[in-house]
Design a protein around this ligand. Structure first.
Ligand code: SF4
Ligand code: SF4
Length: 212
């Protein structure tokens, strides 16, 4: 059976002796630990539970110990884990992981919100634009416009073949996005404002497509 992870918050997993031990005499072979553990730590051998993949055990988890009806499962003292956490200065590593996770959670929320807005939109217009989009701060200017007219810009993606060439040689970049509105039936005012903004900043509309 392959290892689920070789490390735990940056610490080699085998340096952490956190895994269950089964008292064979107490074990009544009910299989509860075997079917409860989602990490394939156990196998049933004959009428007894056996720990076959100890380092697959999630550090800190004690679920199987909790559910075992006869108290046949035990774990090392929690102090052992705390000592290893201090020894490897794990909290510094965890802070970085926490930042990464925080960004992912925020991104997932923003995606879900964009999907909700799109699914409830009365009007959707898809744009492909090209020009000096970053240098002219176009995304921020689009936000300023849409905030004033009950619209939103969603699913913005940019294609910048080379940042260096884009900034040093003034090469254009391309952006795609959707202008959506949940409240308005008529978004022509917002489209006019957008046209004006893009023209003032020498941004070309490569394609403008009404979706709904
Ligand atoms: S839950 Fe307890 S009694 Fe049941 S198989 Fe596992 S160790 Fe044995
Ligand atoms: S503590 Fe959790 S991960 Fe470890 S063997 Fe038990 S159920 Fe599986």
């Amino acid at each position: 059976m392959s290892r689920i992870s070789d490390t735990w918050h940056g610490i080699p997993r085998e340096k952490i002796p956190w895994f269950p031990s089964v008292d064979e005499i107490k074990c009544i072979g009910c299989s509860l630990c075997f079917v409860t553990c989602g990490r394939n730590v156990y196998e049933m051998v004959g009428n007894k539970s056996k720990v076959v993949n100890p380092y697959n055990c999630l550090v800190g988890c004690t679920t199987c110990e909790t559910v075992c009806p006869v108290g046949a499962i035990s774990f090392p003292p929690k102090d052992m884990v705390h000592k290893i956490e201090r020894e490897y200065a794990v909290l510094k590593y965890v802070q970085k992981e926490s930042k990464r996770k925080g960004i992912k959670v925020a991104l997932d929320k923003a995606r879900a919100e964009a999907e909700r807005v799109v699914s409830q939109a009365n009007r959707r217009v898809e744009f492909t634009i090209s020009g000096h989009i970053l240098e002219r701060d176009i995304p921020k200017k689009l936000v300023d416009i849409t905030e004033k007219c009950d619209c939103d810009v969603v699913n913005l993606s940019m294609n910048i073949p080379s940042l260096k060439v884009c900034y040093d040689e003034k090469a254009p970049s391309v952006a795609k996005f959707e202008l959506v509105s949940q409240k308005l039936e008529d978004v022509s005012h917002c489209l006019d404002e957008m046209d004006k903004l893009l023209e003032e900043n020498d941004i070309v509309i490569v394609e403008q497509k009404k979706i709904s």
